[in-house]
Design a protein. Structure first.
Length: 169
């Protein structure tokens, strides 16, 4: 209380700062959530294909099955990232579609390469059953490909384009 008998006003509390929907942190959080959904699609499809057509030591068949699984995950990624993660930047332009396809091909190449390298390494350990080494390899491949994908999508595919001094499109 102050000297006049009235309660002293408490200093106003600031509301905690909220992350802006277009901040890199917020986008990364959305991207990671979409990434989990993509991982479920990717791993489920790959394991279904491995069960139906076990590749054995056939690197071509393993690459084909992995590429198909990744492609389906990329379709899922496109839907969620254009409508949620990068919705403010997604404009449906031909430029974005072409860049998305280009980053998708890069994603498949990185994913396939990392999968084959890791599976070759783990294959020497002779883990049984063989799908264990494929799935461990798949985890490493997804980590490399997903990290690259975020950088490419944020920096190029859905990057804000400047139209003039101080203006964004």
């Amino acid at each position: 209380m102050d000297l006049s008998g009235h309660a002293a006003a408490l200093p106003a509390r600031k509301a905690p700062a909220k992350a802006r929907p277009d901040s890199p942190w917020w986008q990364w959080l959305h991207f990671a959530t979409v990434g989990v959904l993509n991982a479920v699609v990717d791993v489920a499809v790959l394991n279904l294909l491995l069960a139906v057509w076990p590749p054995g030591r056939d690197s071509f068949l393993l690459t084909f099955e992995n590429s198909l699984a990744v492609a389906l995950a990329i379709v899922n990624s496109y839907i969620w990232n254009t409508r949620w993660t990068f919705a403010a930047q997604a404009d449906g332009s031909l430029r974005q579609a072409v860049l998305f396809v280009a980053q998708s091909l890069l994603n498949i190449a990185i994913n396939d390469g990392a999968l084959l390298l890791m599976n070759g390494f783990l294959g020497r350990i002779h883990l049984q059953p063989a799908w264990i080494s494929v799935n461990l390899s798949k985890g490493v491949a997804m980590a490399f490909a997903s990290s690259t994908s975020f950088v490419v999508m944020r920096g190029y595919v859905f990057a804000a384009r400047h139209v003039g001094p101080g203006r964004r499109r």
